[in-house]
Design a protein around this ligand. Structure first.
Ligand code: ATP
Ligand code: MG
Length: 543
């Protein structure tokens, strides 16, 4: 049980909130969700599920300039793909009328004022935590004047940035968020939902707690950077005398070789460093999905990482481990050759084609078997042959034997090279008695290798990814450089693969998750066509 669950169980024991649990996931629709959000989603929806409660999806859409319905749609898709369903879908903008009334209420009680200072003057007046700030010359305006000015702000009489509404709290507080925080700013911008109805917009601190309150949220879970906002969250709920949810903070997820900021991800997309938000190298949920991560593996990752109270950095290899663990159970096995060299079985009949029975998933007997054609000329991996093999190399070499998976034991006799010295053909003989069901089928050799027929296999495009960032902490860069300078120039390699002929477009897109035997886990990419399948490498088989 993590510390948040401990708090919740204690609240239930004490009958707080009628022993009910109601959480929310509050994304700002200004970008696509990333693996850090997945952590928050698993936590909020997971808690609601565990305690028979509810979890809302609330779009925190108080900044019209950066928000868009494209992001709203992607966020909903990603949450559902992760396996969660919200009890209700809300928008902070649904509460603009109520928030406005609450602002007037605070003005009328002398707890808010209109400040005509510039942003710089306001920042300067706040000062530093170790010394009291300076009060605004507009701080002691009358209620009437404040009300009049605020209404005229709303009516659109003033330009952007000319005035703000501030809460009148304590300019000497050691907590900087208490030094008369801004509640409303003027912004003549079209909102993705409310259009041009408003030209003043509430700040996060004046919107978030009240939105939680309106929805009857019991536990408002957020990341640690909001710990210093909590006194203000509490202050607004108390000043307005409304339902008071409990804010609880946990450490955000940080991961090596990854950036986790929507602003930076947007830059990668806009400036063309990646091929969109769902580029399989991106830490976005849609990128991970397209890379071939399963929702279950991401949920397991979130569970394994746990909920911490202090910031830490998780190694990206833990995420890869979780992917392997689940994919091993569900991925359909197939033989694909990625770096082919031709193998010719000299004593195999020229026109014979045998159908070899191959196991779809050794971890899942119900996955059954399939037939793979076998013929005289095959592709094998270049790396599975070595001309000058030492004793530690167990695979194919001249005069040595290996088993061709699901087929025969072969023995290499000689090789053919081109003028440049590259091996163009590997010749061998096979032993007909070693096929499964034959007398010598159990004869042991040191290695089994995979193969594809030259004649029947299909050429596919295979996208091999490396880490998007070459260094563990991309944000940590020298003077004058940015995280962009830490991009790994080798993060994408495109090559051909020779896949089994039975893999049609329909079949590949239906199965989605594959293990290319001996090579790794691969995902059928939506770019696939009848002519050419496209696969993304998710992870290798071993670290
Ligand atoms: P960004 O800085 O990338 O814009 P954000 O925190 O502003 O991210 P929001 O849309 O406000 O993004 O986040 C929605 C929810 O997800 C918030 O409750 C936030 O605390 C949580 N969240 C965001 N990033 C992480 C993370 N790395 N780990 C855990 N939770 C996160
Ligand atoms: Mg945010």
């Amino acid at each position: 049980m993590n510390f948040i669950e401990q708090i919740i169980e204690e609240d239930i024991r004490q009958g707080k909130n009628d022993a009910k649990v109601h959480t929310r996931f509050p994304p700002e629709p200004n970008g696509y969700l990333h693996i850090g959000h997945a952590k928050s989603i698993c936590l909020n929806f997971g808690i609601a599920k565990k305690y028979n409660g509810l979890c809302n999806l609330r779009f925190d859409d108080t900044n019209p300039v950066k928000e868009d319905t494209e992001y709203v749609d992607s966020i909903k898709e990603d949450i559902q793909w992760l396996g969660f369903q919200w009890a209700a879908e809300y928008y902070a903008s649904d509460y603009f009328d109520q928030l406005y009334l609450w602002a007037e209420q605070l003005i009328s009680e002398g707890l808010a004022y209109v400040d005509d200072q510039t942003q710089e003057e306001i920042s300067k007046g706040r000062g530093v935590p170790t010394a009291p700030g300076v009060e605004s010359p507009y701080r002691n305006r009358s209620v009437e004047e404040n009300m009049d000015l605020f209404r005229r702000m709303r009516a659109g009489e003033f330009p952007d940035g000319s005035r703000v509404l501030r809460a009148k709290i304590d300019m000497a507080s050691p907590n900087m968020h208490f030094r008369d925080p801004i509640m409303y700013r003027i912004l003549h911008a079209t909102h993705h939902r409310t259009g041009d109805k408003w030209c003043i917009y509430p700040m996060y601190d004046f919107a978030h707690g009240q939105s939680d309150s309106i929805e009857g949220i019991t536990h408002s879970i957020c990341t640690l950077e909001f710990e210093v906002h909590r006194p203000l969250y509490d202050w607004f709920c108390e000043a307005l005398r409304i339902h008071h949810p409990q804010q609880i903070e946990f450490a955000r997820l940080n991961m090596t070789n990854t950036i986790m900021s929507k602003r930076k991800m947007l830059q990668l997309v806009k400036e063309g460093y990646v091929n969109g938000w769902d580029d399989p190298r991106m830490p976005t949920i849609c990128g991970l999905r397209r890379r071939g991560y399963t929702a279950e593996s991401i949920r397991n990752f979130a569970e394994t990482v746990g909920v911490a109270k202090r910031d830490n950095i998780i190694d990206v290899s833990l995420l890869e481990f979780c992917a392997r663990e689940h994919l091993n159970k569900v991925a359909t096995r197939t033989m694909t050759v990625l770096d082919p060299v031709k193998l010719i079985i000299d004593n195999y009949p020229d026109d014979l084609v045998e159908e070899m029975e191959a196991v779809n998933n050794p971890e899942d007997p119900e996955a059954g078997t399939r037939k793979v054609p076998f013929a005289k000329e095959l592709w094998i991996e270049r790396a599975d042959f070595r001309e000058n093999a030492d004793k530690k190399f167990y695979r194919l070499s001249i005069d040595r034997e290996v088993r061709l998976k699901y087929a025969y034991i072969i023995k290499c006799t000689h090789i053919v090279k081109d003028d440049a010295g590259n091996i163009t053909e590997i010749h061998c003989t096979y032993d007909p008695n070693t096929r499964s069901g034959m007398p010598d089928s159990n004869r042991k050799v040191k290695a089994t290798i995979h193969w594809a027929t030259v004649k029947y296999s299909k050429k596919a495009e295979v996208r091999i990814f490396d880490r998007l960032f070459a260094v563990p902490d991309p944000d940590n860069c020298e003077e004058g450089k940015t995280f962009i300078d830490n991009l790994n120039p080798e993060s994408l390699k495109i090559q051909d693969g020779w896949v089994e002929p039975s893999l049609t477009l329909e079949k590949a897109m239906g199965i989605k998750y594959f293990q290319f035997e001996r090579l790794g886990y691969f995902y059928a990419d939506p770019d696939s066509t009848e002519e050419k399948l496209v696969f993304n490498k998710t992870v290798s088989l071993k670290q």
